[in-house]
Design a protein around this ligand. Structure first.
Ligand SMILES: Cc1cc2nc3c(=O)[nH]c(=O)nc-3n(C[C@H](O)[C@H](O)[C@H](O)COP(=O)(O)OP(=O)(O)OC[C@H]3O[C@@H](n4cnc5c(N)ncnc54)[C@H](O)[C@@H]3O)c2cc1C
Length: 239
């Protein structure tokens, strides 16, 4: 049997990026100075640009935040991709279970993954769980992944098409994709897929997509620090 890999983390790499706070500024300035907006980029004083970005964010003038682009390479379990791809204002390309043999890489909840939910649908709180529960969760994930991948391989070895054989693989299987988003859409994603005390509208995302969102948030903060600061100060609501 192929060597099975178990992961408790996710991959997010910024592979291409055209994004800066100044992209927001020139897009907004065309409103008042037309063609001269091309010249004002880089000539405005930083304080004024910051003020403009904060005003746009606060008053939810969203379109100036669309003139930029982030392309991420993501590796995560399929159940995370199902949630991710609900975010329609993005472009996606994912590896194919029809055209390639799926690699035996599966998610297993790590030691720090909270296991017990309390509360009601849409507003759960999560708690640690016991050592026994953790051992059970990890052992069951491993057992099912190994059994499923063995079935998959048996069918492939018998000459069955990949698109038929893949039906036995669980949602914990890792997949890979490129996703391209602009900052406005990304702020909507971060707003919905992270938990934060600073959020005006608390969200309760699944921890595994939050792990992806946290990495995306960090890269966003590095590339567009003024926009990121304004986003936080406006209650982490996408404009
Ligand atoms: C905690 C949580 C729990 C969830 N639970 C469920 C669930 O149980 N079942 C389920 O099916 N989904 C669930 N979702 C998915 C959720 O309903 C959204 O599909 C997902 O969060 C994408 O958000 P979005 O539509 O704002 O993003 P995008 O699709 O990226 O859209 C961005 C924005 O563009 C606008 N927009 C995009 N498309 C349209 C359109 N067709 N019409 C009008 N405006 C549009 C909207 O303003 C939208 O906010 C859940 C999401 C979260 C965060």
């Amino acid at each position: 049997m192929s060597e099975i890999v178990f992961r408790s983390d996710v991959t997010v790499e910024l592979v291409r990026c055209s994004a800066a706070d100044s992209d927001v500024v020139f897009a907004a300035r065309v409103s008042t100075v037309g063609e001269q907006s091309k010249d004002v980029v880089g000539q405005e004083d930083a304080g004024r640009d910051r003020g403009l970005i904060r005003y746009l964010m606060r008053d939810r003038h969203g379109s100036p935040f669309e003139h930029n682009s982030f392309t991420f390479f993501v590796e995560a379990p399929i159940f995370v991709f199902r949630e991710f791809m609900r975010h329609r204002i993005a472009s996606y390309n994912e590896e194919s279970g029809r055209y390639r043999e799926m690699r035996p890489v599966f998610y297993v909840p790590g030691d720090d993954r909270r296991l017990i939910q309390k509360g009601k649908p849409g507003a759960y709180d999560f708690y640690e769980g016991t050592d026994e529960q953790r051992e059970l969760v990890q052992a069951e994930h491993r057992r099912q992944a190994e059994a499923a991948y063995e079935s998959y391989r048996r069918m492939l070895d018998a000459g069955v098409a990949r698109e038929v054989a893949r039906g036995v693989l669980p949602l914990s299987l890792f997949s890979s994709m490129y996703v391209t988003m602009n900052a406005r859409s990304m702020m909507n994603f971060i707003s919905l897929r992270t938990t934060s005390d600073d959020s005006h509208f608390p969200s309760f995302p699944q921890r595994e997509i939050e792990m992806v969102a946290e990495k995306i948030e960090q890269l966003f903060a590095e590339k567009m620090p003024i926009t990121y600061e304004a986003f936080n100060d406006a209650g982490r609501v996408a404009p």
